[in-house]
Design a protein around this ligand. Structure first.
Ligand code: FAD
Length: 195
């Protein structure tokens, strides 16, 4: 019996094709961290959803070579640079999600978070320096724009002290767009309550 005559064989072949296709897509997706030509996930998803920060410039055009995912060591202790990058990602993502009209509690939380960071950041020199940065630049978190601009500014203060390039803060929304989450899953808790 030939393949075309055997419906079961045809079914297996179709199944194999679908399975191969899924594997190809999955491996492309998993290759992302080491693929310098790939777009960042957030940029793709946010750019494809105009309701997130529209109109949005081609984010990839704003990225510097240093923005591209660095080849991180898969084992061994975390370096000061890796810890710093991860922390800035967290802080800028938080700022992007910060509400336009934060509650009193949210304003208090974000100030406390920065204070705690300056005491508990697991790099003593960085933490000590950040305490001084906070003293000279008290947290401003009256709105999303205010907090993200303040954060950009203090990140630049750290950049300057390390001899790194200054980031243009007018581009902060393009660099750190809102997270792409289903059903407001990334909204900060209590964002609809004014105290
Ligand atoms: P990072 O500075 O980690 O930035 C990550 C990405 O953020 C950049 O690629 C860029 O796309 C974007 N970015 C850069 N600047 C801005 C900005 N102003 N606004 C918005 N986005 C921006 N390291 C030390 O050696 N000494 C220290 O004293 C020290 N203090 C630190 C204090 C804090 C609170 C934190 C979070 C980190 C600190 N670090 C310190 C780590 C340091 O800031 C960097 O994270 C690390 O050197 C890696 O730098 P990077 O070049 O990969 O980019």
């Amino acid at each position: 019996m030939s393949t075309s005559e055997n419906p079961l064989q045809l079914l297996f072949q179709t199944f194999e094709k679908i399975s191969n296709s899924i594997q190809t897509h999955l491996s492309q997706f998993l290759k992302f961290p080491n693929n310098p030509h790939a777009e960042p996930l957030f940029a793709i998803s946010a750019a494809s959803k105009p309701n997130h920060l529209a109109p949005r410039p081609a984010v990839s055009a704003l990225l510097q070579p240093t923005d591209l995912p660095k080849k991180e060591k898969s084992t061994g202790p975390v370096t000061k640079e890796q810890l710093g990058r991860a922390t800035w990602i967290f802080l800028h993502s938080l700022a992007a999600q910060y509400p336009e009209k934060p509650t009193r509690q949210q304003k208090k939380d974000v100030k406390e978070l920065m204070g705690i960071l300056s005491r508990m950041y697991p790099c003593k020199d960085c933490a000590d320096h950040f305490k001084e940065v906070l003293r000279a630049n008290p947290v401003q978190a009256g709105s999303q724009a205010e907090f993200s601009q303040w954060l950009c500014h203090v990140h630049n203060v750290v950049n300057r002290s390390l001899g790194k390039p200054i980031f243009p803060c007018e581009r902060v929304d393009a660099r750190w767009g809102k997270l792409d989450c289903e059903q407001h899953n990334c909204d900060l808790q209590g964002s609809d309550k004014l105290w």
